[in-house]
Every structure is written in C-alpha cells, then in structure tokens.
Design a protein around this ligand. Structure first.
Ligand code: URA
Length: 440
C-alpha cells in the first residue's frame, strides 16, 4: 500500500475500497503510517467526504483495531444512549440506572467534557471513590450481575479512534459527519449493543451546524448500526439553553439524584423520558410511548431506579450513600445568588457562555491533563419565556473563591438576556426527530 497514492485519490475526490481502509487504519495503529500522512488523509476526508461504503469500511476498521464485548449470553436487550454534547445534560446519569432497573442491560461508554460541553465521566468523577476505568472484563461481569456499567473508552476499545480523535482535534477535522459517525459507532458497536438511542442536540450550544447536518449524522449512524443488528433511533433535542438547572459536575450529579427520586426539573424530565421511552421500546420491554413512561414513572416512584444507581456506584467503588444524601458530594467554597437586573421576560440563557464559564471556574478542562474542580458551577432557575421581576433570584454561582464568584456573575450577566417581549425557544423535542429502524 502506498499511502501517498491513497491520500492523492481522496484529495482528488476518489474513493478507497474497504481493503484499502482496512490496510490504512491497520498500518496507522501499528505505527507504520505517520501522523502527518494520516492528518493529510483526514483533511482530504473532511473536504471530500466519504460515501456510505467508505464510512462503513472506516468504522469496521476502527472497531476491529480493538477488543469488543460479547454480551449475547445476558439474554436481554443491550441499549445505550449517546448525546452529541450539551450543557447541563445529565440525562445519562438518570437513564442508565432507570432503564437498567426495567430489565434492559445498559453498557454505557461515555466521554469527558469536550469544548464547552460536559462529559458523563467528569460527572461520575464527582462521586467520591467512583471509578469509570473499567476493563472490558470488569464491565462484562458487572453487566452480568447488575445489568449496568458506566465506563470510559478503555485502552482496549477502538484504539484507532483514540489516536485519530487526537489528530482530528489538532487538525481542525472534528466537524465532519462521516468522521463523527465512525468515531462514535466504532466505540458503541464494541459494546455489542442491540439498540442505541442518539440524542442529537440542536441550537446555539450544539456542535452541529443545522438540521441538515443532524439528519446526515442520524442517517449515517443508523446505517452503521443496521449492519451490526443494532437499531439506532435518533431524537433531536434543544440545546439553545442549558438542560435542567444545574451546570457543573457535582451539581449535576445532585440534580440527577433528585430526578431519580422524582424531583427533577420539568425540562430535564421531558427529555429524559423521551430518550428513555425510545430505549425501552428498542429494548423490547415497552409496547409504546405511554407504556414506557408509565414504567419509568413506576421505577422512580418505587425507588427501583435510585436503588439501581446505588448498586452501580457501589460496584464501581463509589460512595453509594450519595443517593440518599447528596451532601457527601464535594461542596464549593463560596456561593452567591444572582438576581435579575431588570423586570421583563427571559429571552435567552446562552449555553456556550455558561459552558465556557464553567471551564473558567475550573469545572472543565482547557488541556487534557487539567485538574477539574467538581464542586463549581451554576444553578440557573430562569428559563427562556419566564417572566421575572427586578431583584428576583434567578441563578446561583458556586465557586472556590471570590474571584470565581465574580467570574461567574459576569458570565451570568452575559448569558442571561431579559427583554420586554417573550420569545420562542426551540421545543425540547425538536420536530423532525424520527425513529429509524435497523434493516437487519
Ligand atoms: N464524540 C466522539 O466520540 N467522536 C466524535 O468525533 C465526536 C464526538
């Protein structure tokens, strides 16, 4: 294989056949293709795109670069949920135990914060003692025992993706549908899933440019899943404001725990139930949306979902008493209420500003090895459309010191806009979402 010829062909708008993708990715992982050549190939893909066959071949090659779980012996459906990234999105923390408590196995591979968005692994880290660096063997044993495992991408899973992702990050080639879809699906398919629900975020806080890109991603992921007998369902949900009230790792764990006890904010629960209903239907344990919702409400009111979260935390070395007493979570050194500066209607709560401010407070990373302060963040109670009066408390800043409080206050002043007229926010479940069923 002459790598330069492959790059040249892709650069000029041609295609690589499956054997060529397999050879290229294999050689890259083996260290026989240098980063500079792969970077050139990624840019050629970014500019020229991949057809369906090429995307499938790339995904297969990335999947085959590592180990895969084998879970058919569980005898139940295995369903995960993936989000394209948001601010205040703690639905995974609620859904994994909730859906597992209803008889669907949930092997969930999550990531860390990316850009202005939060990551489930960082949230789990806020729980004292909790480990998410499970090996595939540990995940498998845990799934056999309690039906749920919350883990990161280990060294064993899709090593090609880990290297390619770092290279894409450094070469401005993240934002391409075939590369995003193959990256996500090479990890998800390693979980031996029978179903995957994808939460595609739309709005100013989303990485996706528009509805067309969202549809393209949903279609590509659906086709990749179908080839592996994994039914992929895509929902489009609003990310033009933070989801729920809490933004910040420990604060979001606390809100997820309240949600598992039946006290979640309405917007968070609407999105959680919409995604959960798809997970339960794809998992074959609910007949329809109403049945799924009834079951989820039952698991929350009976305490089964909260107990499952306790089991998962305990199995992964965490302090499970957090589910009864969220006060064991790390607490911020300073907090301050933020009041509405004028009367009127909340017209905007800008998620990117809030996500970036969380990083500036120390609650996220600028560099991969940055320390994350789990306690800092925001609780924002005001939502677009709310009528507020001057001086009314609409948010709280949690920081480690006075400088952080000032920074948080400044971010809230920028992020929360108040006008004279109410404006329309995106519906939480954006029309255009449509379940797409696997064909094999
Ligand atoms: N998440 C991933 O795992 N990969 C991408 O390319 C984008 C988001």
């Amino acid at each position: 294989m002459l790598t330069t010829q492959l790059i040249e062909r892709k650069r000029d708008g041609g295609r690589l056949d499956p054997d060529e993708w397999r050879a290229l990715i294999g050689a890259y992982v083996a260290g026989d293709v240098p980063d500079y050549q792969m970077a050139a190939m990624l840019m050629a893909v970014f500019l020229r795109g991949l057809d369906g066959g090429e995307t499938a071949a790339l995904t297969e090659s990335m999947l085959a670069s590592g180990a895969q779980l084998s879970l058919a012996h569980l005898g139940v459906a295995r369903v995960d949920k993936h989000s394209t990234g948001g601010v205040g999105d703690k639905t995974s923390l609620i859904l994994a135990p909730l859906v597992a408590s209803l008889g669907v196995a949930v092997p969930m591979i999550s990531g860390r914060g990316l850009g202005h968005t939060g990551g489930t692994l960082d949230k789990l880290d806020a729980i004292p003692g909790m480990r998410s660096d499970l090996t595939l063997g540990q995940a498998r044993a845990q799934l056999e025992r309690i039906g749920c495992a919350l883990m990161g991408q280990t060294r064993e899973i899709a090593p090609a993706d880990r290297r390619l992702y770092g290279l894409r990050d450094a070469t401005a080639t993240i934002d391409a549908v075939p590369l995003i879809a193959s990256s996500i699906m090479s990890k998800k398919l390693a979980e031996d899933l029978t179903g995957l629900v994808v939460d595609i975020k739309l709005g100013s806080g989303s990485f996706l440019r528009d509805l067309d890109q969202a549809h393209a991603l949903a279609d590509t992921m659906t086709a990749l899943g179908a080839a592996h007998g994994c039914t992929v369902v895509a929902l489009f949900t609003a990310m033009d404001r933070p989801l729920g009230r809490a933004v910040g790792n420990a604060l979001e764990v606390e809100e997820a725990i309240h949600s598992l006890h039946g006290e979640g904010p309405p917007d968070l629960m609407e999105v959680t139930y919409a995604l959960g209903a798809e997970m339960l239907q794809v998992g074959g344990v609910a007949r329809d949306d109403n049945d799924a919702r009834r079951q989820m409400q039952g698991a929350i009111s009976s305490g089964a979902a909260a107990r499952k979260f306790q089991e998962v935390i305990e199995a992964q070395g965490g302090n499970a008493s957090v589910v009864d007493d969220p006060a064991v979570l790390p607490q911020a050194g300073a907090c301050e209420l933020f009041e509405a500066p004028r009367r009127g209607f909340v017209t905007r709560v800008e998620p990117r500003t809030i996500g970036r401010a969380l990083i500036a407070l120390g609650g996220g990373r600028v560099r991969p090895d940055d320390h994350v302060d789990p306690a800092v963040g925001f609780v924002i109670t005001a939502k677009p459309g709310d009528r507020v009066t001057r001086g009314e408390p609409i948010a709280t800043v949690f920081a480690s010191d006075d400088a952080g409080i000032e920074l948080g206050r400044a971010a809230l002043r920028t992020a929360i806009e108040i006008g004279d007229q109410p404006v329309d926010a995106l519906p939480l479940i954006v029309p255009g979402s449509r379940p797409r069923l696997a064909t094999s």
